[in-house]
Design a protein around this ligand. Structure first.
Ligand code: UD1
Ligand code: CA
Length: 459
């Protein structure tokens, strides 16, 4: 059976109290609608249509070319929303799968089972249902002789109907011709004066057709209407992601405090320590250890590297390197193999060669540091003169004395040395010592005289 997917996302989402359309709020690092689209695409539908209140570049950028958009200019209800897709599907013959953009926990495997279920049954439509401990807010499934006869919305439900725990998830599979034919018959004769898609079910049954129920777990059908529900859904997705990595050879000691977004990649035998956040397009090589208390965003960490109490963003750390504790690695940084960025060091847009070390309290910005360089404690690249950023080059094997200031642009030659406390404004040739500080003066008996002065003044 040919399949078209229609995802509803035109609702105003007022309970989110946000400028952002509800379905663009992030869950596991991506807009919630992206999760639904990603799962739906795995079904390889011939059309995937998203119903929006207003088309925007935002949506096109996020969802790409796989999705077609239709606008529902006025939000007149779910039946009206699906109706907007009719012009795009007028020549389509097959099943339509209706999903919501604000139900991001739905998974491909379940959708595939739903399709199979529907195709095997002779029903005109299949409704995805769930049994909830607290069904309030949802449409209830009304059965007679165990068959679905209609769906009643909370607003129209009697007390007896409100006690029904079987709810409508809002997801359905239905033959396209049947769907649009029945939508035309839906009237807004309810408390909200909306065209309810749920009425299509009652219409089918009234016409003598069968409607099937496909039951899913409470999690899969969980929708987001408020920030509280957004938080609950985020937590569930995070648990799912963590369980997947645990099954794939990653050690996560304290899953409650670890947050991993959906596009992160982790090789086996990595250890993710407590209070660690892995975000965006992050990749961890094998046998890495990240955390405790670390955040890695859009970065690549090589095999056997170790990150503790540090923040890394848009950077690449090659294998067997050590970062932290308390390092800040900023965008554009590449750290070579077997290197070390240590306590309270910040590195921005710089290359650090293999086996080089920035072990303590330094700022390295816009620098190219070659292999086997040692940067003494407290050294700083003065890369910004208030107008433009300049580059510091430190060649192979150089040994930088503590508290060296590099007033960029400046180049330190191969195996050169800088004296502690030097303000380096000129290039240092290879193998030379660059030393810039005034000569030391020692004043004899200074301390003794000072002490005497103090005791005298007390008498
Ligand atoms: C709907 C169902 C209800 C079900 C519940 C599950 C109807 C009448 N009711 O209720 O039976 O239990 O979902 O979550 O269908 N939307 C549009 N255009 C509109 C109205 C809604 O695109 O004019 C979209 C929303 O963005 C959302 C979805 O449709 O993705 C559901 O809309 P919502 O208003 O949240 O429906 P509920 O009242 O929750
Ligand atoms: Ca809803």
């Amino acid at each position: 059976m040919d399949l078209a997917v229609v995802i509803l996302a035109a609702g105003s989402g007022t309970r989110m109290k946000s400028k952002l359309p509800k379905v663009l709020h992030h869950v596991a690092g991506k807009p919630m609608v992206s999760h639904v689209v990603k799962e739906a695409l795995k079904l390889k539908p011939s059309r995937l249509i998203l119903v929006l209140a207003k088309e925007s570049e935002n949506f096109k950028e996020i969802l790409g070319d796989d999705v077609e958009f239709v606008e529902q200019k006025e939000q007149l209800g779910t039946a009206h929303a699906v109706g907007q897709a009719q012009p795009l599907l007028k020549d389509f013959k097959g099943n339509v799968l209706i999903l919501y953009g604000d139900t991001p926990l739905i998974q491909y495997q379940e959708l595939e089972k739903l399709n199979e279920f529907h195709n095997k049954s002779k029903a005109a439509a299949s409704v995805v249902t769930a049994k909830l401990d607290n069904p309030s807010g949802y449409g209830r499934i009304i059965r007679s002789d165990s068959k679905i006869v209609r769906i009643v919305e909370e607003k129209e439900a009697s007390e007896k109907e409100k006690a029904i725990q079987e709810i409508n998830s809002g997801m359905y599979v239905i033959d396209s011709r049947m769907l649009f034919e029945k939508i035309e018959k839906v009237q807004p004769d309810n408390n909200k004066k909306e065209y309810y898609l749920t009425d299509v079910i009652g219409i089918l049954v009234d016409e003598g057709l069968d409607v099937g129920a496909f039951e899913l777990g409470a999690e899969e059908v969980m929708g987001v209407n408020s920030r509280k529900e957004l938080a609950a859904v985020s937590r569930l997705i995070n648990q799912r992601i963590i369980n997947e990595w645990l099954e794939n050879g990653v050690t996560i000691n304290d899953p409650q405090t670890v947050y991993i977004e959906s596009d992160v990649q982790i090789e086996p035998d990595c250890v993710v320590q407590p209070h660690t956040f892995l975000k965006g397009n992050t990749k961890l090589g094998s046998d890495c250890e990240v955390g405790p208390f670390s955040q890695v965003i859009d970065s690549e960490i090589g095999d056997k590297s170790k990150i503790t109490f540090s923040v890394i963003e848009k950077a690449k750390i090659n294998s067997q390197s050590v970062i932290g504790p308390y390092s800040h690695i900023r965008p554009g940084t590449v750290v070579g193999e077997n290197s070390k960025i240590g306590a309270f060091s910040e590195v921005k847009n710089s290359q650090i060669g293999a086996r080089s070390k920035v072990p303590h309290l330094s700022y390295i910005g816009d620098a190219q540091i070659e292999e086997d360089v040692n940067i003494g404690a407290g050294s700083i690249t003065c890369n910004y003169d208030g107008v433009k950023k300049e580059k510091t080059v430190i060649k192979k094997g150089a040994f930088i004395g503590s508290d060296t200031m590099f007033v960029a642009p400046v180049t330190i030659g191969e195996n050169a040395v800088t004296g502690a406390g030097s303000v380096i404004t000129d290039d240092v040739p290879a193998n030379s010592l660059g030393l810039e500080r005034s000569e030391q003066k020692n004043i004899a008996d200074y301390a003794k005289r000072k002490k005497k002065k103090k005791t005298d003044s007390r008498q």
